[in-house]
Design a protein around this ligand. Sequence first.
Ligand code: NAD
Length: 358
Amino acid sequence: MTTVTLITGDGIGPEIAEAAKRCIDATGVDIKWEMAEAGVDVMARIGTPLPQETIDSVKKNGIGLKAPITTPVGTGFRSINVYLRQELGLYACLRPCKSYKGVRSRYSDIDLVIVRENTEDLYAGIEFEKGKDDTTELINWLNKHSKRQIGSDAGVSIKPISVKGTEKIVRYAFDYARKHGRKKVTSVHKANIMKFSDGLWLEVSRQVAKEYSDIEFEDRIVDNMCMQLVQKPELYDVLVLPNLYGDILSDLCAGLVGGLGVAPGANIGDKGAIFEATHGSAPKYAGQNKVNPCALILSGVLMLEHLGKQAEAKKLENAVAAVIAEGKDVTYDMKSDRNDPTAVGTREMADAIIKKIK
Ligand code: NAD
C-alpha cells in the first residue's frame, strides 16, 4: 500500500480533491490517503496557511496530490505553492498538454510536454520592496556597480539562474524524453537580452544536450516560441524552460488543448513529488459543485504513472477521455454553450468517469 498526502487546498480545491480521490480509488489501486490542509481557509482558522503537519506529511510520504491554493495578490502570505516546491526540492514541473477528443479547441492533435524549472529565476522569491532600507542599500550598490541607474522609487526582484539548477532540469527533460519515447527537446530562453542568466541557461542546455545524441536538440527565444506554438505546435515535443517562461507557456499550451480544465501537472524532486492541476483555486466558483475536476484527475494519472501503476493510470485516463469524448456528463466549461443547462456538476462528472473505469 502507498500512502499519499491529499492536500485539499481552498476555493474549488476541496471539491475537486474529493472527486479526484474517488476516481483514483475506483481504479482499484491500493492507496491510503492522509488528509492535509493548506490555504486561506486554514489560515483563517489557525493563523498559518501551511500547517507543519502538512509539510511533515508530504515529507514523510514523499507523494502528494494537491488541490489549488489561493495566493492573495500583492499582500498576505507568499505563495505556498512556491514554498512547498522549494522546501521539498521539487525542481521539475512537468505539464503534459494533450488533445482529448471532444474538448473544444482550435487544434486537434497536440501532444506537448512542458518541463519547467521550479526553484530559481524570478520565481525564487528574492524581492526587495520599494522604499525599504535594504532596497535602498541594494539600489545604491547596483547604481555604483552597473552602468544602468535604478530610481530610488523602484521595487527589485532578483533573477538567479545557476549552472547546477539548469543542468538538473535540462537532464530531467532529456531523461523524460528518452523514457517516454520522445524525439526532441527544445530549450527556451531570452539569452539575447539576459546574457548572464538566460545566456547561462542556453550554454548549459547545449552542454547537457551533447550527452543525449539520440534525442534532437534545438533552442528558441521565448517570444518566438510563443508565436511558433500558436502557429505550428505540431513541430514541438518536449520544451524545457526556466521558471517564469515555464509558468506562462504552460497556460499558453493549456489553451492550445482546450483550457485549464484539462491541464494536469506534477512537481518532481529527488525525494518526493506533488501532483496538481495547472489551474488555480477559482474562488468565485468555490462550493458550487460546478467546476471541471479533470485537470486534478489527470494529475492523478501522472501520479499513478510515477508510482509505477501504469495499468491503473491507463484505465483512469481512458475513462476521462471517454467521458469527455461523449460530451454528455461534462461540466459547463466543456459545453459549447457555457450556459447549457445539461452541464453536470463536479461530483456528477466524477461519477460518470468512475462508471467508465474498467
Ligand atoms: P484560476 O486558474 O483559478 O482561474 C482562471 C479561470 O479559469 C477562471 O475563469 C476560472 O473560473 C477558470 N477555471 C479554473 N479552474 C477551472 C476548472 N477546474 N473548471 C472550470 N473552470 C476553471 O486562476 P486565477 O483566477 O488567476 O487564480 C485564482 C487563485 O488561484 C489565485 O490566488 C492564484 O494565485 C491561485 N493559483 C493557485 C495555483 C496552485 O495552487 N497551484 C495555480 C494557479 C493559481
